[in-house]
Design a protein around this ligand. Sequence first.
Ligand code: HEC
Length: 104
Amino acid sequence: MKTITIATLTLIASVGLAYAGAAEGKELYTAKCVTCHGANGEGKPAIAKMMNVTQRPLASKEVQARPDAELKKVILEGQGKMKPVNGVTAKQADDIVAYLRTLK
Ligand code: HEC
């Protein structure tokens, strides 16, 4: 029993390290991104149609291949038809990127 507890705690600790900020990022994602990108980053046909763009799923290989710095820039400065997201600090953008990495 004790071994299991230790193993579980170690697992939680290492996952926590790998995805530092992902929990905060998930909350921010839900508040700021879900309306346009969907719960799992799959995109929203209505938004894509309205903005006349193709939305790549955020979990796709193409998006996941982009470095953290680029994804952060998209959040803070926008990209193409996506406007910069209001009220997101640089630190919060890092947390959101950490969360995006959990989508793949
Ligand atoms: C008002 C709708 C809207 C909101 C809100 C929004 N996005 Fe977007 N996002 C878009 C659209 C539309 C595109 C495609 C833009 C283009 O390529 O012209 C896009 C593109 C992206 C891309 C680039 C994907 C690629 O193809 O490489 C990323 C990453 C992204 N969004 C992340 C986010 C995150 C994270 C948030 C929340 C902090 C967010 N977006 C909020 C509409 C939105």
